[in-house]
Design a protein around this ligand. Structure first.
Ligand code: CTP
Length: 420
């Protein structure tokens, strides 16, 4: 049943699900630009703070004044306009966005996004932002089916940041029939709201996340350790918890959180903590850097300097926690591993993914300076058991964690649909 617009208005007036969310509404130059006013209005009335950015061509179809009035924020058009702030406008907008929606997105704009051309405020701002970008293509069906446009769309689809809201079949403004009509305004708003409110997508799921680097004692004072700071694992546990998951963090780093944190030191302690919860969990995310070897014997007292110039430590292999659990995992459980490599990242990570029977592996190249161990940022490649590969450029570990939560919820959806 089609709801009347009156009913919709009143429900939005009393309910602001998008409160505190900033949406940049990009408008490019096609006839569907007139619908941007409806989109802006519905977004604003559902609580979002909306800033419209128009390309020069969009201004041939609608005026900035309409969008300024509807969004209650000044519409932005000029790449080199006078800004009230010292920071360039495209950077200011790029940083403020929780999400960028481009509706309508023309063939020209899609081509620019796919190749990184930034010759106006909108394309420059998208390039300068790390927010999700949703695009609603709208164009003549022949233009949409053109191999160049299809190629550009596939380029965007394979980039982690972009979601395409598919256009619909129907009669387009020029009188032709086919796919190319911009998705209905309600469809666009629903997609945007689902993306912005994605935080509960892991509700009812139980996750074990490991963090930090294990320490293998040599004597009461010394240990064999590694450089892992635990930041990635803690960011992952935080992000999953915020999305409604029941999280247990097994960590070598002590943190105070609203969810249970089991502090461990050695690989064996980590193994015990993870194994004791594994049966009940839906997913295990092993970000911890687990020592592969430990001293065969731990000295009861501090080892003293001797007359000899050498000290020989005998090491024995630690359990490979993820490997052992990869062997016994049920079909409804997901295991994500990490691989920090200093060479041959892709082939080493792929081998580990297969050898350890993982669903996903997150690889990073530790030879790249300034990211990875100890840093707040990283750049990773995400490989799946199905053979997909996604490259995430340098970004905060928190943003990587958010993306991994998306990966997890997609896998859970996949598992729910899979035949038993
Ligand atoms: N891992 C684990 N137990 C170990 C070693 C590693 O559970 N004893 C997990 C890590 O938490 C990570 C994944 O396995 O998710 C890959 O870790 P990595 O150290 O890169 O793999 P290794 O098999 O130890 O290979 P390498 O020879 O490169 O150290």
């Amino acid at each position: 049943m089609k709801k009347s617009s009156k009913k919709r208005e009143s429900s939005f007036d009393s309910f602001n699900p998008l409160e505190n969310k900033t949406v940049i509404l990009g408008v490019s130059g096609g006839i569907a630009a007139y619908k941007a006013c409806d989109i802006a209005s519905l977004l604003r009335r559902s609580g979002a703070n909306v800033h419209a950015v128009l390309t020069p061509n969009a201004r041939e179809f609608i005026t900035p004044l309409s969008l300024t009035t509807i969004t209650r924020n000044p519409a932005h058009c000029e790449q080199y306009g006078q800004s009230s702030n010292w920071r360039p406008e495209h950077i200011e907008l790029a940083k403020s966005a929780d999400l960028i929606l481009i509706a309508p997105a023309t063939a020209d704009l899609i081509a620019k996004l796919a190749t990184g051309i930034c010759d106006d405020l909108l394309t420059t701002m998208v390039l300068a932002s790390q927010a999700k970008v949703m695009i609603a293509p709208a164009m003549n069906p022949v233009m949409l089916q053109h191999p160049a446009t299809q190629y550009n769309l596939s380029v965007l689809e394979n980039r982690y940041r972009y979601d395409i809201i598919p256009s619909e079949y129907g009669e387009v403004a020029c009188g032709d029939w086919g796919s190319g009509k911009m998705a209905a305004v309600e469809t666009i708003i629903t997609a945007v709201a689902a993306r912005l409110l994605a935080h509960k997508t892991l509700a009812t799921k139980r996750l074990i996340v490991t963090a930090g680097g294990t320490r293998e004692p040599i004597d009461p004072v010394r240990f064999i350790g590694n450089r892992s700071s635990g930041k990635m694992g803690i960011a992952m546990a935080d992000a999953a918890f915020a999305r409604g998951a029941e999280v247990t963090l097994v960590s070598t780093v002590e943190v105070e959180r609203a969810y249970p944190v089991v502090v461990v030191e050695t690989a064996q302690e980590m193994q015990e903590a993870v194994e004791s919860e594994f049966d009940l969990c839906d997913a295990l995310v092993m970000t911890a850097a687990v020592a592969d070897f430990r001293p065969m014997a731990v000295a009861n007292h501090k080892i003293k300097k001797t007359d000899s110039d050498d000290l020989v430590l005998e090491l024995t292999k630690n359990p490979d926690i993820i490997d052992l659990l990869g062997r016994v995992k049920r079909k409804d459980q997901v295991i994500i591993g990490f691989a920090a490599e200093s060479e041959a990242l892709l082939s080493n990570a792929t081998q580990k993914l297969k050898r350890k029977n993982l669903d996903v592996i997150v690889g990073n190249d530790i030879s790249v300076p300034e990211i990875g161990f100890g840093s707040d940022d990283n750049a990773v490649v995400i490989l799946s058991a199905e053979g997909t590969r996604e490259n995430l450029p340098r970004m905060p570990k928190r943003a990587i964690a958010e993306h991994l939560c998306d990966v997890l919820s997609e896998r859970f959806q996949m598992l729910e649909k899979a035949p038993v």
